[in-house]
Write a new protein. Structure first.
Length: 109
């Protein structure tokens, strides 16, 4: 296959750009970990997509690294929107659970 012709790599490039600009689009471009995560993973995604587009013979490595970045991004999404969303909806007598989950997540990362 010729370089610069795989549609999958072009989609990865566009998704990397969209991820990079997402903090500004959604108005959360402050100096928060979520914004930095979007910027770093977005830039890495664009670099990996360009690598896969330019060098088709070594694109398998770029695709595996992209998979790892995607899993990392999905893990952060699930934690931020599902786990924290559930904990913030708990009744007041159980605030210690939030502290326990925060301690657990700090020890995992």
């Amino acid at each position: 296959m010729k370089a610069w012709t795989r549609w999958q790599d072009w989609v990865s490039l566009v998704l990397g750009v969209l991820l990079f600009i997402s903090p500004w689009v959604f108005g959360t471009a402050t100096n928060t970990p979520g914004s930095w995560n979007a910027w770093i993973v977005g830039v890495l995604g664009v670099i990996l997509a360009l690598w896969a587009l330019a060098m088709v013979g070594t694109s398998v490595i770029a695709e595996w690294i992209s998979l790892v970045l995607g899993v990392t991004l999905a893990r952060m999404f699930l934690y931020n929107f599902i786990v924290i969303g559930i904990i913030e909806e708990l009744p007041e007598p159980l605030p210690f659970i939030k502290d326990m989950v925060d301690i657990l997540m700090c020890s995992i990362t």
